[in-house]
Structures are given as structure tokens and as C-alpha cells.
Design a protein around this ligand. Structure first.
Ligand code: FES
Length: 96
């Protein structure tokens, strides 16, 4: 389990939770009643984009983005994005 702290675009605390590093974040966040904008759920629209406030190395880059939506290192599409297995807390900021 990896601990993830969610903040909104104003850096206000939303929730901190343990997530399974083998599964996409969006479904896990929704299961914990954390509302993240989303639409396509396949990594195409960018609605679920979050920014990492911690090291980009804590984001799993294996399934990041689509060629039409190149991502900065600190960006993650939570519908197709993972975090790595770490003892560190991953801080993610929503875009809304
Ligand atoms: S919901 Fe569209 S990219 Fe994640």
C-alpha cells in the first residue's frame, strides 16, 4: 500500500488514503468518495489529470498519457495512472 494525499487546485487538503500500487488511481479515489473530474476513463480526454507535488519518480510511467496528450513528468492521468510502491506519501493536486 502507498499513501496518497489529495489536494485541490488551491492546495487545500481533501483526503489522505492508502492505495493499491497495482491498480489505477481514479477508481480507488472514487471508492473513497474523492471526486476527481473524469470523462473517458481511457486516458484520452485529460479530465482526470492531477499534478504530483512530490517526486515524479513516485508515479508509474508505464501507462502514462497518449501521444495526443503528452504529459509533463509531474502530471498523471488518474484513470490510467498508478503510483509506485513506496513508503513516501505521494501528494497529488487536482486541477479543479
Ligand atoms: S478520464 Fe479521460 S483521461 Fe482520464
Amino acid at each position: 500500500m502507498t499513501k496518497v494525499r489529495i489536494e485541490n487546485s488551491k492546495w487545500e487538503y481533501i483526503k489522505e488514503l492508502d492505495v493499491d500500487h497495482t491498480k489505477p488511481l481514479l477508481k480507488q479515489l472514487e471508492a473513497e468518495n474523492v471526486e476527481i473530474a473524469n470523462a473517458c476513463n481511457i486516458g484520452m480526454c485529460g479530465a482526470c489529470l492531477c499534478m504530483s507535488e512530490t517526486s515524479p519518480d513516485l508515479l508509474d510511467k508505464s501507462l502514462r498519457g497518449e501521444p495526443a496528450f503528452p504529459l509533463w513528468d509531474e502530471e498523471i492521468m488518474t484513470c490510467i495512472g498508478w503510483v509506485v510502491d513506496t513508503d513516501e506519501t505521494v501528494i497529488l493536486r487536482t486541477m479543479d
